[in-house]
Structure formats: structure tokens, C-alpha cells
Ligand binder design. Sequence first.
Ligand SMILES: Nc1ncnc2c1ncn2[C@@H]1O[C@H](COP(=O)(O)OP(=O)(O)OP(=O)(O)O)[C@@H](O)[C@H]1O
Ligand SMILES: [Mg+2]
Length: 269
Amino acid sequence: MTNYKNYFGFSKEPFAQDIRIEDLYPLPGMEALLDRFLFAVKLSAAAVITGDVGSGKSTSLRYACSKLHPSEFKIIPVIANSGTVLEMYRQIVLSLATEIKANSITKVTKVIRSLILEIAARKEKPVLVIDEAHLARLEVFAQIHVLSQFEFDSKPVMPVIFSGQRHLIDKLLYHTSRPLASRVVGKTHMEGLKLKDMTGYINHHLEIAGVKDRLFSDEAVLAIHQGSGGLLRRANALARGSMVAAAKEECSLVTAEHARLAATELLDS
Ligand SMILES: Nc1ncnc2c1ncn2[C@@H]1O[C@H](COP(=O)(O)OP(=O)(O)OP(=O)(O)O)[C@@H](O)[C@H]1O
Ligand SMILES: [Mg+2]
């Protein structure tokens, strides 16, 4: 593939997945998400973040977590899958930098609860952050509630943040998840970007990768916006693909035609 990076003079890969917190573009939904996240953390309650694939949920979560000082908070990040409760619990234990040999839910629950109390005793607040939560089995939602409540349910110790695709809400509304769902004090949905934000978003990514010149025509941005529905990961792929197509033709301006060519390379085009 043509080296578009050299052709356009980037100092690093543009539209990178591991973008640094300090380089983030201020997405319209990011502050609303942060407010709800911090509110839930303050009350030791729960918050829910939903959004389509590639809308910026995990990155915004990373941003929100960065606002919690490590001397006061112990973030417990887990990525849900369709595994058993025990598998989820093992991830939690691993996040707490411990290993566990026990094989029964009762024993592992006891261990995690005592680890949570140890953290609280150090005057830190444990914060459980579950990404891809829509994948979790229903029984996981029922069990998580047991983990985080103390003294006959009167003392919530650990806030829980859920992030996932839209149908996460259905799982939280299922009757066995209700005790946990009743702890939710804020929910937010990451929308696709509007056209004006897409222009800002693309230019921002170009700039942090070392290119300040205007590389995309207005029509190219419009085509990327339409082709991505405003969703960031897809917009990244289209922008990168468009630059490859433009560099191949030795064009210094990326056009809508380049964006259309890029779209034909994506699986769901
Ligand atoms: N605030 C931001 N500023 C700049 N780029 C961003 C920002 N948020 C997300 N991105 C870009 O969008 C990409 C997709 O974001 P992210 O992985 O957070 O989406 P997601 O909603 O978690 O996706 P999935 O549904 O697949 O889990 C990131 O890899 C990053 O390149
Ligand atoms: Mg994600």
C-alpha cells in the first residue's frame, strides 16, 4: 500500500486507536458522560454509558477515569464477555493484582468483598468499570449487586460504571438485574458526530499527527460523515483509506471520490 504517511508528511500514524488523553478531541457527549460518571462515583452508585460500535465509549471512559486521582480511587477495569460469573470475578481479582485458586462463587465473592473493604480501609474508593457490558450474561448483573453492597444493603461501597451497546439497557431492566438497575443515577448515550464536529474531529486528528494543512476537501468530509454515520472508528477507517487513495494518485487534496474508493474496502460498505 502507498505510504500516505510519508506522502502527506505525518510525524506519526494519524487516527490512532491509542490516542493519548491529552490529545483527545472534545466530543460533544464527553462532558455529559464525565458528569454522570463523577456523580455515580461520588454517591457510590451506578452509571450507564451506551453507544453504537465505535462511537467513542471506551475512549471517553478512559478520559473519565483519568479524572480520578490514583491516591483516592482504585479503578477496577474489566471487559465483559459472554462467560460465567466466575470468569468475570476472576477478571476482577486479576485487576486487583491478586490471584485466586477458589472455584466456588461463594468463596470468590467473599474474597472480592474483603479486598474491596481493604481498599476502603485505606481511604481509597474502589470503582468497578465494566466495558462491553452488553455482552455479560444476565446472572452477572444479578451477582455484581451482591459484590458492592455492605451491611445488609445499607452501605454502598463501590460505584459501578457500565458501558456497552444499546441493548445493555434491556439486560439492566430484566427483573433479576433490577436491584443493580435501581442504583443507576445517570445514563448517557454517545451519538454519532454531526457534520460540523466531523470536520473538527478530522482536522484535530491530522494536527496531532503533525499535519496542519487542509488535506480534505469539504466534499470529502461530507462523504466520510455520510459513510460513517458520524461514528468515529468508521470515520477513522474512511479517512485513512481516503488518504491512501489520494497518495496513490499523487493528489495533495483528498476528495469525495477518494472517500468513496475507501468505502469500497470496508466490510460493511
Ligand atoms: N475524544 C476523542 N478524540 C479523538 N479520537 C477519539 C475520541 N474518542 C474516540 N476516538 C477515536 O475513535 C476510535 C473509536 O473509539 P472507541 O474505541 O472509544 O469506541 P467504542 O464506542 O468503545 O467502540 P466499541 O463499540 O467497538 O467498543 C478510537 O480508537 C479513537 O481513534
Ligand atoms: Mg469500546
